[in-house]
Design a protein around this ligand. Structure first.
Ligand code: ZN
Length: 337
């Protein structure tokens, strides 16, 4: 490092230290926690692949790219599996995608077998689906002396009535599971189908445009969640970030990492984030909708969510994704990978 470089680094460092001291002072006055980089646990739903399967080779490329990005940035992550995706003639190759997650040092959780809605499914059938959803994942984790410990509700639907909710939560607890809440998200599920469609059509320019819009939106909504937490809790907790195992995220890890860094967010394991006492606050919502946990806590604590400042995703991309989702799935053509 050249001398001027060191000076610049020192100057930046001391400015940062001063700023942190000032923030720490303010935090003490406000009775909030110590000021430090906030923790965020990255979670990826619909593993092995969010979106349409063109081929297992394609899913393997996406998995490798996503995991390589996470490893490169030293990001621990938890993948939430839908084992229905393994049920095909090439089951062994698909199961290998889950092994890749474990080999990369990541954790795996249960996201139900077939991505059911707890609001729209009788609870007994839902429980059977969740139990079926851990068969392969549990066997793979047990080989490493581990067990699945996290459950992520599809659509964040935790039960339309108190009775259903209590019944499912009792099942989860008796099977060693804890609910993985969500306190940060970026509507990646909405951008991903449009991105997949552009990639499938070979339109690299459109894919880049969608990716840029996705990262721009993420750069807006991450600080919105940080502010919302401050409004609801009076401090910023360790966040749990909901993402999906999509081609879009696999191609965007560097961009996402830059946003986390700019927001002073430090990636940690889900276990570590969940040690934050915020996750012991009672969930104030029982009903048919899927809700995030800041919103649930806002009910418990009688605080308002800052919906008025919520950034909006670009309407054209939302419309493009809706169009793609409405198109019937065609089987891959001959020779297509
Ligand atoms: Zn899902």
């Amino acid at each position: 490092m050249a001398a001027s470089g060191i000076n610049r680094w020192m100057a930046t460092r001391s400015t940062r230290s001063l700023r942190r001291l000032a923030v720490a002072g303010a935090a003490i006055l406000l009775g909030a926690g110590p000021a430090h980089a906030e923790d965020v646990a990255l979670t990826f739903d619909d593993v092995p692949l969010f979106g349409r399967w063109t081929s297992t080779a394609d899913a393997a490329r996406t998995t490798s790219l996503l995991l390589a990005g996470l490893v490169r940035h030293h990001f621990p992550a938890t993948g939430f599996v839908n084992e229905i995706q393994l049920d095909a003639s090439d089951r062994k190759a698909r199961t290998a995608l889950l092994s890749q997650w474990i080999a990369a040092g990541m954790d795996l959780g249960n996201h139900s077998y077939s991505h059911l809605s707890l609001t729209g499914t009788p609870v007994q059938a839902y429980i059977a689906d969740v139990a079926k959803g851990e068969t392969v994942t549990r066997a793979l984790l047990v080989q490493k002396g581990r067990t699945p410990r996290w459950y992520r509700h599809p659509y964040l639907e935790t039960g339309p009535t108190r009775e259903i909710r209590d019944r499912f939560e009792a099942w989860l607890a008796s099977h060693g599971y804890r609910t993985a809440p969500v306190t940060m998200e970026n509507s990646d599920w909405m951008f991903a189908p449009a991105y997949d469609d552009a990639i499938t059509r070979g339109d690299a320019k459109e894919a880049r445009r969608i990716q840029q819009a996705y990262l721009n939106f993420t750069a807006q909504i991450v600080p919105w969640y940080r502010q919302a937490a401050l409004d609801i809790l009076g401090r910023r907790p360790a966040f749990v970030f909901l993402l999906h195992a999509s081609r879009l995220n696999a191609a965007s890890i560097d961009g996402l990492a830059a946003i986390l860094k700019a927001q002073d967010l430090h990636a940690v394991s889900l276990d570590r984030a969940m040690a934050d006492p915020a996750y012991r606050i009672a969930d104030g919502y029982t009903g048919p909708e899927g809700e995030g946990w800041l919103e649930r806590w806002s009910r418990t604590l009688h605080k308002d969510m800052p919906w008025g400042t919520l950034p909006k995703a670009p309407a054209d991309i939302a419309a493009a994704s809706a169009r793609v989702a409405a198109t019937p799935l065609k089987p891959p053509g001959p020779g297509r990978r």
